[in-house]
Design a protein around this ligand. Structure first.
Ligand SMILES: [Zn+2]
Length: 300
């Protein structure tokens, strides 16, 4: 059983009320049960989705609960109390487990205000700063439209540094497909994420790194950092380990979608398309189209 206390319910109700009333707030109620040590662990769902679980040994915040079953099993196994659910966007493989999860473990559900998010209790638009219930750590909400129009990312400040939960906006070595927004919108979103500290750990929504790296090498065959990263990621995957998180420094060195201002990437895009792409946004738009055509069978 997942344990919940009267104290937790009272604090959760308080947190929900406050968040609904104002976008920016800080809670001073520190739960004495917190161990002060934060862990971020992946819970695998479907073929390649990550549900991320941030916990301190007592409380847990879950990100993008596509399926409640594996998450409930993990909460039970670790004897954790769910204190919040964060949603990046409305796709079912990211929010399909919300209703079943909160039916079993009531907790506030945060998500984009302009998307249909099951069981959402706290609508967000980006720009807010929260303190996560239970964990009592700061979380900045960033609007990163492009994959969907309301897509959000959550930058959480742990004692080990910034952890970015970015769903299907920025991927390890790639980026999400542009389903609802425009290429210019997506480029702007990724550019904003690229300004975070280089040590930021990138927790994206899917294990797509090897596939993304194959495309990245087609764009930049001579990038030594990319060649080294592909070998390292292959070793991780062969050992059955996730390739996520990466760091923003790694992404800036190897992710072609964060490198559209690099002459070699621009030259590759011009050679592929025959178009006179000059600016970074123009290069980004064609690069994303190239990626769509590179592996048509994988949906992002
Ligand atoms: Zn998606």
């Amino acid at each position: 059983m997942v344990r919940r206390t009267r104290r937790w319910r009272a604090r959760s109700a308080f947190a929900l009320k406050k968040v609904s009333k104002q976008a920016t707030m800080h809670f001073s109620m520190i739960d004495k049960r917190s161990t002060g040590v934060f862990r971020i662990i992946p819970v695998c769902a479907f073929a390649d989705n990550f549900i991320w679980l941030i916990h301190d040994g007592r409380h847990a915040v879950a990100v993008d609960v596509g399926d409640a079953t594996p998450l409930l099993e993990r909460l039970d196994a670790l004897n954790l109390t769910l204190s919040a659910v964060l949603c990046t966007h409305h796709h079912a493989d990211h929010v399909g487990g919300n209703a079943a999860l909160v039916a079993r473990c009531p907790a506030p559900v945060y998500g984009p205000e302009n998307e249909r998010i099951p069981a959402r209790t706290v609508p967000l638009r980006g720009g807010e700063t929260l303190v996560l219930p239970g964990l009592e750590i700061p979380c900045r909400v960033l609007a990163v439209p492009g994959h969907t129009l309301g897509h959000l990312a959550y930058a959480i400040e742990t004692p080990e540094g910034t952890a970015l939960f970015c769903g299907d906006a920025l991927f390890s070595a790639g980026c999400g497909r542009i389903f609802e927004g425009t290429a210019a919108m997506m480029w702007q979103s990724l550019s904003a994420l690229a300004t975070l500290p280089e040590t930021t750990r990138i927790y994206c929504g899917h294990e797509y790194t090897l596939s993304n790296l194959r495309f990245a090498r087609a764009v930049e065959p001579d990038n030594a950092a990319l060649i080294a990263r592909e070998a390292a990621v292959r070793a991780l995957r062969e050992a059955g380990k996730p390739s996520v998180p990466s760091t923003l420094a790694e992404e800036r060195a190897t992710n072609p979608f964060l490198r559209v201002d690099v002459p070699a990437v621009q030259a590759a895009v011009r050679a592929y398309s025959g178009l006179p792409c000059v600016t970074a946004p123009e290069t980004f738009a064609v690069l994303r189209t190239w990626r769509d055509d590179f592996i048509d069978t994988v949906m992002y």
